[in-house]
Design a protein around this ligand. Structure first.
Ligand code: B3K
Ligand code: ZN
Length: 893
């Protein structure tokens, strides 16, 4: 360990800052290995601080201090103390100017936090604690300051110089240099600071806000990517309009900029007025980008834009409140995407992600409440729990108080906390005040980790027509609390009852029906006790309960549906999400039969329940259904999901059973698949409307099944599609089929397709990344060796996070049969990569650890091998805080 005893930071220790920074003046002279940053801070003691004579303690790392002065007087060495993480100035007055001059080395910064170089450009990433690698500062989100930034750089190499806010002036200097000054009138914490310098081109547009102000919109990219900016620009304008219409939020500066950067740790960053994006989250055109890629760009552009209010204008008091901005903003972007495209499809995608990955996180060693009580390294808490479960919590508030009260609550929250740093309580209080509803019990969702489990028992009395539904909740133990210590959650249960002919009218016993309720077949029950019984009356038949429609709460539902009941929900319920959910449950059950047979008898022609075939046939033949829904319902649950729901995952059985059922469905429905494929062939101009995406999605699902047929010719359709595709969605879908094909002669077809593809796309980094992903996911034997070989490929480098994720991440997370090979070579391989990345980029290294942290899911043999890979990592003497925290928590018994 670099730091013998890495410190744990606790929420309960939060203290207001001792000092405030009213004005921040930064002056950068950019040089690759010796950038000089001069900072002038107008500081004063914080009247809210507990201390009146505390010394000034500034954060600062990995920099060389050249000078420090207070009110114009340079300090001698006895005036301050310097450590590897802090600069302490013993004596300061109540109000003063602090000047520091430091030298930093962006060229050597491979962590991609702070100021670094990505290819030829300089850029920054300051959230959460990167600003302290740029200059000495109070690098905490509750210190908000007004920033003015001057950038000096070589004019020829770095013609474009950008920072937050509005441009003030620019000009030429001696020695071929030039400068630009930016001023951001909105006070902000340092994590929202940004600087970019490079040779960049831009696409420009204009947006007129609801109050009639003109805003210039610019997307900066390398010249070769100018043809891939339209979709992001269009998404940005839609987001700006949507935030005005749905939340009443108007943009506030004269200019909004996005810069695309190749080397970036995450998707994008919401720096005030100057969002910095991973190229993969902003560039899109039909030739190079799949439909999923287009939708990802739209969602991330919206997410970062929405942060301008939920994150920037109102920021977080401390990093424990991260979900205040992230959960809320994910909820906002999900609603935006739902409004722009298909609401049900968006919900299904989000819930799949949550159930597969967030539920696993919540049940694993890194499980933490949405507001964590402590952390060692905050970068480790940008998690699915904080983001996606956090968004589910906001969604539940929306469900419980209704759309109108929710809007009043968000207005109140923005108005009350504008320009300041808030807490999760502040958000909840605004929602409570606006709705007149107590959310006191509800706030347990923020404090208690783990996924609640809901057990259901039901009873129907034919004589009285009464139906009793008993819901009971429990929550498994997690690192911070045992199951017994957890208190019941406040859970919204959106539901209906299904009868033979469709949804039944709902009347709770003792309740007078509300004449104004438009739909009496849908309602939201509130489960607040450990166990509660709801009695419905006037029911002519025993109904099938449809619970958690739209996934109204992030819980695991335990109800023993019969397969016939699932088919009934699949075909007749009014909620699209529930129909999909029932199709998944049915598929899980049928795949489960085959898993059982495999474990007992090994490979073989095990029977597949005909009910699934007939249910799928009905869905495929129902031309009234949205083709996107058809595709979703017909895609079997992933191996990752089957693993997540298993007590102990049997790697080979899951793999065999899923493939076996897929093949069986391919055989049994071959005509229907072909008809669906032909029905969805598109002619005419390419478009990314929801309808066009839906057709491609069904067509490519059908292609996937058709290519599983055992005869040699069955891959011809994919070959033909690969050769003739006019867009990346179709091309990539065909390539994925060819890469996984195992029919006679498939080897040479695969090699040729991969070669062709690379030759065609080698100059498009993002497409080459997809080429890595598809090969990393190939489930045929020899997967690890293929990945190791690809690591030697000219297009691969461990220094670029996108490449690491595309090859190593995709392999370890998405190719179970090869990663979990019984000899443990996959685990050792991952440990080797993590040890290398630990030195290069700790935050990427730490994220890559996830598959190893799930060791409890596997058989004892694999558990031992996975743990020993983790133990080997823990022995590394120079382990970063990031990796240390995840490995040490994962190994705790
Ligand atoms: N706020 C950033 C995430 C920063 C992650 C730092 N390790 C992107 C986002 O959520 O919008
Ligand atoms: Zn965010």
């Amino acid at each position: 360990m670099k730091d013998a005893q890495p410190k744990t930071i606790y929420l309960k220790d939060y203290k207001a800052p001792d000092f405030l920074i009213d004005q921040t003046d930064l002056h950068f002279t950019l040089e690759a290995s010796a950038t000089v940053v001069e900072s002038r801070l107008q500081m004063r003691r914080n009247p809210d601080s507990a201390s009146t004579d505390a010394p000034l303690v500034l954060h600062g790392q990995e920099m060389r201090l050249l000078e420090v002065a207070v009110d114009g007087t340079t300090l001698t060495e006895d005036g301050y103390a310097l450590s590897s993480e802090q600069l302490t100035i013993h004596k300061v007055g109540d109000r003063f100017e602090l000047m520091t001059r430091v030298e930093i080395d962006p060229q050597a910064n491979t962590s991609l936090e702070g100021l670094y170089k990505s290819r030829t450009m300089y850029c920054t990433q300051c959230e959460a604690e990167g600003f302290r690698k740029i200059t000495y500062y109070l690098d905490r989100p509750d210190v908000l300051s007004e920033f003015t930034t001057t950038i000096v750089a070589d004019k020829q190499e770095f013609p474009v110089l950008l920072s937050n806010g509005n441009p003030v002036r620019c000009g030429d200097m001696e020695d071929g240099k030039h400068f630009a000054v930016w001023h951001d009138p909105f006070r902000k914490p340092a994590y929202l600071f940004a600087l970019v310098a490079g040779t960049l081109e831009c696409v420009e547009d204009q947006f007129t806000t609801c109050s009639g102000r003109d805003v210039t919109l610019r997307i900066f990219v390398e010249a070769k990517d100018l043809d891939k900016c339209d979709h992001a620009m269009c998404s940005l304008k839609k987001s700006m309009r949507w935030d005005e219409e749905v939340y009443g939020r108007e943009y506030d500066l004269d200019i909004f900029m996005i810069v695309a950067v190749d080397d970036f740790n995450m998707g994008a960053m919401e720096n005030k007025g100057l969002n910095i994006f991973n190229t993969s989250a902003v560039l899109a055109n039909p030739k190079t980008t799949t439909d999923a890629g287009f939708q990802r760009v739209e969602a991330i552009v919206a997410h970062e834009y929405f942060h301008n209010w939920s994150g920037n204008r109102v920021t977080c008091r401390d990093w424990f409140q991260l979900s205040l901005k992230e959960g809320f903003t994910v909820f906002r972007d999900a609603e935006f995407s739902a409004d722009m495209n298909s609401r049900t499809v968006k919900r299904v995608e989000d819930v799949s992600l949550l159930r597969t990955l967030q539920f696993a996180e919540d049940a694993g060693p890194m499980s933490h409440p949405v507001r964590p009580p402590s952390f060692i390294e905050i970068s480790n808490f940008y998690t699915l729990t904080v983001y996606e479960k956090g968004a589910e919590i906001v969604r539940m508030i929306h469900t419980l108080i209704g759309a109108e009260a929710f809007r009043r609550g968000s207005d109140l929250y923005f108005e009350r906390h504008d320009g300041s740093a808030a807490t999760i309580e502040d958000f909840v209080t605004a929602m409570e005040e606006a709705s007149g509803t107590s959310l006191d019990q509800f706030t347990r969702w923020y404090r208690q980790a783990g996924t609640p489990e809901i057990a259901v028992a039901d009873e129907y009395d034919q004589n009285s027509g009464e139906y009793r539904l008993t819901l009971s909740q429990s929550c498994p133990s997690t690192p911070e609390a045992s199951s017994e210590e957890k208190l019941p959650f406040h859970i919204p249960v959106a539901m209906g009852l299904l009868g033979d002919a469709g949804n039944l009218a709902l009347k709770l016993k003792g309740e007078t029906p509300d004449a104004e309720t438009e739909d009496n077949t849908h309602r939201v029950l509130e489960l607040t006790e450990v166990s509660q019984t709801f009695v419905f009356e006037n029911l002519p038949e025993k109904p099938t309960p449809v619970l958690f429609r739209g996934f109204s709460a992030p819980v695991r539902l335990q109800f023993d549906y019969s397969r016939q009941q699932l088919v009934a929900i699949m075909s007749r319920d009014s909620d699209g999400f529930s129909r999909w959910d029932a199709s998944q449950k049915l598929a899980v059950a049928v795949i489960g039969d085959v898993q059982g047979a495999y474990i007992e008898k090994g490979e073989g022609d095990h029977p597949v329940d005909a009910l699934l075939v007939e249910a799928f046939r009905a869905v495929l033949n129902d031309e009234s259904l949205d083709p996107a829904m058809v595709a979703l319902m017909l895609q079997l649950p992933t191996e990752a999901y089957l693993t997540e729901i298993a007590e102990t995952a049997h790697v080979e059985a899951i793999h065999f059973a899923r493939k076996h059922v897929r093949r069986y469905l391919a055989e049994q429905l071959r005509e229907e698949w072909r008809a669906a494929y032909d029905r969805c062939l598109q002619e005419g101009e390419f478009s990314v409307t929801a309808a066009a995406i839906a057709e491609r999605s069904l067509k490519n699902t059908a292609l996937g099944y058709l290519s599983l047929l055992s005869e040699k010719q069955s891959i011809d359709l994919a070959r033909q599609q690969f050769a003739q595709a006019t867009n990346m969605t179709d091309e990539m879908a065909a390539l994925a089929v060819l890469v996984n094909a195992d029919q006679e002669g498939a080897d040479s077809v695969r090699d040729e397709a991969l070669k062709d593809f690379y030759t065609r796309w080698q100059h498009e980094a993002l497409v080459v990344n997809q080429w890595f992903v598809v090969q990393a996911g190939c489930h045929l034997p020899g997967g690890l060796e293929r990945v190791q070989q690809l690591m030697q490929h000219e297009a691969f480098t461990l220094k670029n996070p996108n490449k690491v994720r595309s090859l190593i991440g995709a392999f370890c997370n998405g190719n179970a049969i090869n990663f979990h090979r019984p000899d443990g070579a996959g685990y050792e391989f991952l440990a080797d990569q993590i040890l290398t990345l630990n030195g290069l980029n700790p935050s990427v290294a730490s994220r890559l650890l996830t598959p190893l942290t799930k060791w409890r899911k596997y058989d004892p043999q694999r558990q031992g091998l996975m743990k020993s890979a983790l133990q080997r990592i823990l022995k590394e003497p120079e382990l970063s805080k990031d990796v240390f925290e995840v490995v040490s928590k994962s190994l705790k018994e």
